[in-house]
Ligand binder design. Structure first.
Ligand SMILES: N[C@@H](CCC(=O)N[C@@H](CS)C(=O)NCC(=O)O)C(=O)O
Length: 215
């Protein structure tokens, strides 16, 4: 069975037109790495209220958010569980032990916490942005540096094999400009494990090809 068939058809991703950014990008990284062709059906500021209403009223996504992924008549929502579910469907990026799975799920939870703090970056509160950069980012960076240190051989969270939580981890770094060429790339110089992690993700051939249009 091909990986696309394992998902039951071609996935169609709906997200705001933010290529290389945000939660939608986590799914793009996953599809690219897994070799699963997907289609894009982006929404925009004008169309979004009607789509949100329809998602809520139809029950397809009662919380009314994107990204959503449609495969046939099924609608998948909530990015982290979706990446994990698709991983299990294609039998890739999933660890063998429940201890390792627990570790990866802890990581997903902490990434979600980080994402909720990062919202200040899109607001008007300059003081909150400064606090975010001075305190919040270092707190999360230090934690992930420690987590990556659990498998010192690296480069990924569980060692040499990339897992479902590695895609969201890479993307939260990218969304914060913590990658080569990013606004906060200097942080990587102070955290070699994080640097090796980001480079290992970016150097995977399908991801490299996907990211080629970013700069
Ligand atoms: N837990 C959700 C969060 C989704 C979310 O907050 N999406 C934002 C865009 S990144 C959104 O839909 N915002 C528009 C809205 O809530 O109306 C997930 O992981 O997919």
């Amino acid at each position: 069975m091909t990986t696309t068939n394992a998902l039951g058809g071609t996935p169609v991703l709906t997200y705001f037109p933010a290529k290389y950014l945000g939660l939608g990008e986590i799914l793009r990284l996953f599809f690219a790495d897994a070799g699963i062709p997907h289609e894009e059906a982006p929404t925009n500021k004008d169309e979004w209220p009607a789509l949100k209403k329809q998602l809520i009223e139809s029950g397809a996504n009662p919380i009314g958010t994107v990204p959503i992924v449609k495969i046939g008549d099924k609608v998948y929502h909530q990015t982290m569980p979706t990446v994990k579910y698709f991983s299990k469907k294609i039998q890739k990026y999933v660890p063998a032990s429940i201890e390792d799975e627990y570790f990866l799920d802890q990581i997903l939870d902490i990434i979600s916490d980080w994402r909720s703090h990062a919202r200040v970056l899109w607001g008007q509160d300059e003081a909150a942005k400064q606090t975010y950069k001075a305190e919040t980012i270092p707190k999360f960076i230090n934690a992930f540096d420690t987590f990556l240190g659990r498998h010192a051989d690296g480069p990924f969270l569980l060692g040499k094999d990339i897992m479902y939580a590695d895609f969201p981890l890479y993307q939260i770094l990218a969304d914060n400009g913590i990658r080569k060429g990013g606004e906060l790339a200097g942080i990587l110089g102070e955290h070699p494990r994080l640097k090796a992690f980001a480079e290992a993700v970016e150097n995977r051939p399908p991801i490299k090809a996907h990211l080629a249009g970013r700069e």
